[in-house]
Ligand binder design. Structure first.
Ligand SMILES: *[C@@H]1O[C@H](CO)[C@@H](O)[C@H](O)[C@H]1NC(C)=O
Ligand SMILES: *[C@@H]1O[C@H](CO)[C@@H](O)[C@H](O)[C@H]1NC(C)=O
Length: 774
């Protein structure tokens, strides 16, 4: 036989090479041209998503369907559908905390933004949205390269209710309205919805608001999140715990909500039909899927023993409204649950309709990703100079000056040429990115940042954050004695506050406090204390020590944290960050059990209440505290003194048409008011009285009329502005009467108190008389 001609060899090898090339260039995708699903309606981009989902569901067997109810959804090869890992994370940068993201190869790292509590301190909603957009670009780029999913289980919008909570760092802080605004802004940035042509807007990414609801305890005093039954009043649920989740769904249009491990009032969150189906779908109209926290279904069956059989657990969760199980439980037990008559195929189809719809909105059945919108994003869009600059900018905006005695800050490069850089975080890298992080593009440590302004001499003093036993405090004291200035970088890290780890003390760990005091005693120049932490730390010793000239809270400032801290200390940047949570004294944790979910104070029980909205005790620093290198003043330009709330006559008629008590109503139901465009316009001039440009956040707080169980104080608006030295900027804001001036009564019914509301803006206060108009 003649040997094959070169041409024949080429013929045989060519398709083979082509396949290898394609496979290494991009991952396989559903509805590929020439694939097994070519021409099937579910692959047809021009059809409404609703009918495509229906078509696909109609082709699947029950066995195939149940394997789609879990995070690592199986492929359906006969239809050309690949397996999909639903669990990706993008809390403050693309994160490999979930199995959906893999770093390496063309994507060795991604931009690591400050931890959320730090970004929150910027009080800058446009920064939050922009950060979301950048994270979205990087995630989508990694998806195109086969190293990330499109469903990210971020953000965490639980209210940071207790200073000990290990996951407080992941949240935008303790104020529910601020968390609501963060949630909506970050989710908009991540999802960037587009093209509503076929009945549903499409999504760049699908975000997820977690962990619904009243979670905020990980492991305290022998009680962990898997066993915690949060006892929550209807009132606190409505005007605290659910506020960010509602906004995340109704304003951010998040494509997903995650139910948490804990129980609320005796019912596991992932098995509560009232709070899942009733609230999330019924009231908030989620267009998306509800997912369990990882192994939540297993946890309420095996740990909480909520149902007697696994099949009953399947029924409880599917009927409550769960659509996707993070964990294998539903894949294991759903078929037998059908056989035993606990659930029906309709229950399964209802769940899959929600998850498949989100996948369709993400374009996952639209064929070749590289020809779709965002298909051009690739390695050069990850860790780009612009993205890394934004990480630096975000870190700067999150820096909070807590103390600046005798204007010790900023330091001067001409007077402070030699700086002793001391403390366990003096060369921090990994600690700066907090948890739910990825692999950063690079780090700039505090030592490196400071080194670009002065000759930096490092002496750690404490070798690690724990700072136990024998520690090189002596050499640190010596370094302080000779330097022109001292910067001590202390704080916490993930070994003290993390997922599954709450603190039991608010003090600096180990000998850190001793280090700071001894160094301050010896120093000849100014001493700047920099605290890196997610939660608040009781540093009253330093606040009260005249030798500690200045204190900065940097949170967990992300990959560029050290540069941002140095820019602030040397005045290249004038910080304007404010605390997104109250800093309590150590005493607080002795008095208040972490398990007590009540927001409101109860004086008869010696319970001081929680967060600036309700807490009645002493603080180290209040919510909203933060200094600047310049001074701002406000003047009120426009603010009405009267407001009448128009009532919805028809609704009132049907409830209480001839009730004479109506005239004496003290707080009107929000549902009885005509809320459309019911705003109080507030215009404020902000003047920069100093000699440096700076940014300032205008915050409006309201106090309700006396005699209601409303928060004593509520942030009802904030806006960040940049004002040049000696300059003035006018800020126009609006207080939304129905949302912002209402509170929940004991039954969880929202009401607007009638009478004098006072509004506070910095040093100003202003009274608005709210009345009713029929
Ligand atoms: C209607 O009036 C009655 C008493 O006059 C009162 O008990 C009831 O709560 C009122 N209903 C509403 C919805 O305000
Ligand atoms: C808010 O953040 C954005 C994005 O970094 C920035 O452009 C803007 O200047 C910030 N606003 C203020 C007042 O600093």
């Amino acid at each position: 036989m003649a040997s094959p001609s070169p041409c024949t060899i080429l013929f045989f090898l060519f398709p083979f090479f082509l396949i290898i090339f394609v496979a290494s260039a991009r991952p396989p995708f559903a509805c590929a041209p020439g694939g097994p699903a070519t021409g099937l309606p579910f692959c047809s981009v021009g059809h409404p998503i609703k009918s495509r989902v229906k078509d696909l569901l109609g082709r699947l067997t029950r066995a195939e369907k149940v394997r789609l109810l879990v995070n690592n959804a199986a492929g359906v090869p006969r239809l050309g559908i690949n397996g999909y890992e639903w669990w990706s994370e993008a809390l403050h940068g693309v994160s490999n905390t979930g199995p959906g993201v893999r770093f390496g190869g063309k994507f060795p790292g991604a931009t690591s933004f400050p931890q959320v509590i730090t970004s929150a301190a910027s009080f800058n909603a446009s920064l939050w949205e922009l950060t979301g957009q950048v994270v979205s670009d990087e995630t989508r780029a990694m998806y195109n390269g086969g190293q990330a999913g499109l469903t990210v289980w971020s953000p965490n919008v639980n209210v940071f209710r207790d200073p000990r909570w290990g996951r407080g760092q992941e949240t935008p802080g303790e104020d529910p309205k601020m968390a609501a605004r963060y949630a909506a802004a970050y989710v908009r940035g991540l999802q960037q919805p587009y093209d509503g042509k076929h009945g549903r807007t499409k999504l760049k990414l699908a975000a997820c608001c977690k962990h619904y609801t009243a979670y905020d305890l990980d492991n305290w005093n022998g009680i962990d999140r898997f066993h915690f039954n949060a006892l929550v009043s209807k009132q606190d649920l409505e005007d605290t715990f659910n506020v960010p989740f509602k906004a995340c769904v109704t304003e951010g249009n998040a494509a997903s909500v995650m139910c948490s491990y804990n129980q609320v009032n005796g019912v596991p969150m992932c098995a509560d039909p009232n709070l899942l189906k009733g609230t999330i779908r019924g009231q908030w109209h989620l267009d998306g899927y509800i997912v369990s926290d990882c192994d939540s279904v297993d946890v309420f069956y095996n740990t909480q023993h909520y149902t007697s059989t696994p099949e009953d657990a399947v029924a409880a969760t599917l009927k409550a409204g769960l659509d996707l199980d993070c964990g294998p439980f539903l894949a294991q037990y759903t078929e037998s649950a059908v056989t035993k008559g606990k659930v029906t195929d309709n229950n399964i189809d209802a769940a899959l309709t929600n998850t498949l719809t989100v996948q369709m909105r993400l374009g996952m059945y639209d064929g070749d990703p590289s020809t779709q919108p965002f298909g051009n994003l690739g390695p050069r869009d990850v860790c780009s100079p612009a993205h890394q600059n934004l990480a630096l900018e975000a870190a700067r905006q999150g820096i909070v000056i807590l103390k600046n005695a005798r204007k010790a800050l900023p330091l001067s490069t001409s007077h402070h040429r030699t700086v002793a850089v001391i403390g366990p975080h003096s060369d921090a890298t990994v600690a700066m990115i907090g948890n739910y992080a990825g692999v950063p593009c690079r780090y700039t440590s505090p030592l490196q940042g400071i080194g670009s302004y002065a000759t930096a001499v490092q002496q750690k003093g404490c070798m690690d954050v724990a700072c136990q036993g024998d520690q090189p405090i002596g050499p640190a004291v010596d370094a302080a004695r000779t330097a022109d200035a001292v910067i001590v970088v202390v704080g916490l890290d993930q070994s003290f506050e993390a997922e599954q780890k709450d603190r039991d003390s608010l003090l600096l760990p180990g000998r850190q406090q001793e280090l700071v005091s001894k160094v301050a005693m010896a120093s000849k120049g100014p001493v700047v204390l920099v605290v890196m932490s997610g939660g608040p730390v009781d540093i009253s010793f330093a606040e009260n020590d005249p030798r500690v000239s200045a204190i900065i809270w940097a949170g967990y400032p992300g990959q560029a944290g050290g540069a941002a801290v140095a820019d602030a200390i040397f005045g290249a940047y004038n910080p304007g960050g404010k605390l997104p949570m109250t800093w309590y004294p150590q005493d607080y944790v002795k008095k208040v059990p972490m398990t007590d979910m009540n927001m409101r104070a109860n004086p008869s029980k010696g319970y001081p209440g929680r967060t600036y909205r309700f807490y009645t005790g002493p603080v180290i620093y209040p919510f909203g505290h933060g200094l600047s290198y310049t001074k701002f003043s406000h003047s009120l330009i426009r603010a009405p003194t009267q407001l009448s709330v128009p009532l919805d006559g028809q609704k009132l008629m049907s409830v209480n048409s001839t009730n004479p008590a109506q005239r004496k109503v003290r707080a009107v139901r929000v549902t009885h008011a005509r809320c459309d465009a019911l705003h109080i316009p507030i215009h404020v001039d902000v003047r920069n009285e100093g000699d440096r440009d700076g940014t300032h956040t205008v915050m409006i707080y309201s106090n309700p009329p006396a005699g209601h169980s409303a928060p004593a104080k509520q942030l009802v608006g904030f806006e960040k502005v940049h004002v040049t030295a000696g300059g003035q900027v006018r800020v126009a804001m609006a207080v939304d009467v129905c949302n912002d001036l209402s509170f929940a009564d004991a039954n969880g019914v929202r009401r607007i108190p009638i009478g004098e509301h006072s509004l506070h803006i910095g040093e100003l206060s202003h009274s608005v008389s709210v009345s009713l108009r029929l």
